[in-house]
Design a protein around this ligand. Structure first.
Ligand SMILES: [Cu+2]
Length: 302
C-alpha cells in the first residue's frame, strides 16, 4: 500500500513539474525542459491554430477517449466469460450502425468548418481582411523566398535589393554553444531578419530533396519541393528570436539545419536589409526556360 501511494505521489509530482513548465513556457520563444503543450504563438493565424487545437480538438478528443475507455471497461466486466458464459451471436443492428456512423460523421463535419477556413486563411493574405484584423497593419508587404538545401536554408529578399543569405547551424556541441553564446542546435551562423507588423509572403522551394520549413511560433509548416513553388505567409506581432527545424527527413544532417529568425521593428529591418545587400550574395538572374533547372543560383566564387 505504502509503495502504491509513493508511486502515485511520484506521478503527481511529475505532472506538477510538467504543468509548471507549461506556465513558464508562455514567455519563451523556445521549448523549455518539462514544457507541455504547443509553443506560444506570435502571429494571429498561429493563435487561431492554437485555439482550434485547445478549444475544439482537445475537448472532443478527451470526451471520445473517456467514452471509449468506459465502453471497454464495461465490456470487459459485463461480458467476461464467468459472467456471460454463452456469448450472443448478433452480427447486425441497424439502429446502432446508423448511430455509430452518424455521430462520428457529424463530429467531423463540425470540425471541418473551422479547420478549412483556417487552412484557406493560411494560404494567402488576400484571403484575410488584413485591415480589419490587424490594427497596426499599414499595407506593407514583403516577399521572402526560402530554399531548402542539403543541409542549410537559403533566404532570398527580392523586395529589399534581391540578395540571398545561406544560414547554417551555428553550434552542434554544448562547448560551441557556450563559447558563442547561442542556442545549441537551434541558432544559425547568419541570423535571418524579418520585420514585425508586416505581411511577409513566404515562397518555398528546394534545390535538392524534400525539406520542410517549420516554425511553430508562426504557425508555418511548409514542404519545400524541388521544381515546385509553395506559399504561405506570416504577420509577426512580437519582436524576438524564433527557432524552427527542418521537419522532413532529408538526409544525414536533417537534424542540423535549424531555422533562426530574428523579428525586429520595420525601421531596424530596413537598416539591416540596406547593409545586407552589400554584405551577402546578389541573386543572379534565373536561366531562361529550358536552359537550366537551378532554382537557386549561388555565385561560384563561394
Ligand atoms: Cu531538410
Amino acid at each position: 500500500m505504502a509503495r502504491k501511494s509513493m508511486a502515485l505521489l511520484a506521478g503527481l509530482g511529475t505532472l506538477a513539474m510538467g504543468l509548471a513548465g507549461l506556465s513558464g513556457a508562455a514567455l519563451a520563444a523556445k521549448a523549455v525542459p518539462w514544457q507541455l503543450g504547443l509553443p506560444e504563438p506570435v502571429t494571429p493565424l498561429a493563435r487561431d491554430m492554437l485555439s482550434f487545437h485547445n478549444d475544439w480538438l482537445m475537448p472532443i478528443i478527451t470526451v471520445i477517449t473517456i467514452f471509449v475507455l468506459i465502453l471497454l471497461i464495461y465490456v470487459c466486466v459485463r461480458f467476461r466469460e464467468s459472467a456471460n458464459p454463452v456469448p450472443s451471436k448478433t452480427t447486425h443492428n441497424t439502429l446502432l450502425e446508423i448511430v455509430w456512423i452518424g455521430i462520428p460523421s457529424l463530429i467531423l463535419i463540425v470540425l471541418a468548418f473551422p479547420s478549412l477556413s483556417l487552412l484557406y486563411a493560411t494560404d494567402d493574405p488576400a484571403n484575410v481582411d488584413l485591415q480589419e484584423r490587424y490594427a497596426d497593419f499599414d499595407g506593407e508587404e514583403i516577399t521572402v523566398k526560402i530554399i531548402g538545401h542539403q543541409w542549410f536554408w537559403e533566404y532570398q529578399y527580392p523586395d529589399n535589393g534581391n540578395f540571398l543569405i545561406e544560414a547554417r547551424i551555428a553550434a552542434r556541441t554544448h562547448e560551441e554553444a557556450e563559447e558563442m553564446g547561442v542556442e545549441r542546435l537551434m541558432a544559425t551562423d547568419e541570423v535571418i531578419y524579418f520585420p514585425t507588423d508586416t505581411v511577409i509572403r513566404l515562397q518555398f522551394t528546394s534545390a535538392d530533396v524534400l525539406h520542410n520549413w517549420s516554425l511553430s511560433d508562426f504557425g508555418v509548416r511548409m514542404d519545400t519541393v524541388p521544381g515546385r513553388l509553395n506559399q504561405a505567409w506570416t504577420y509577426i506581432e512580437e519582436p524576438g528570436d524564433y527557432y524552427g527545424f527542418c521537419s522532413e527527413l532529408c538526409g544525414i544532417d536533417h537534424a542540423f539545419m535549424p531555422i533562426h529568425i530574428r523579428a525586429v521593428e520595420r525601421d531596424e529591418f530596413e537598416t539591416w536589409a540596406a547593409g545586407a545587400v552589400d554584405q551577402y550574395y546578389p541573386v543572379e538572374e534565373a536561366a531562361a526556360p529550358g536552359q537550366g533547372t537551378d532554382l537557386a543560383v549561388v555565385p561560384a566564387a563561394q
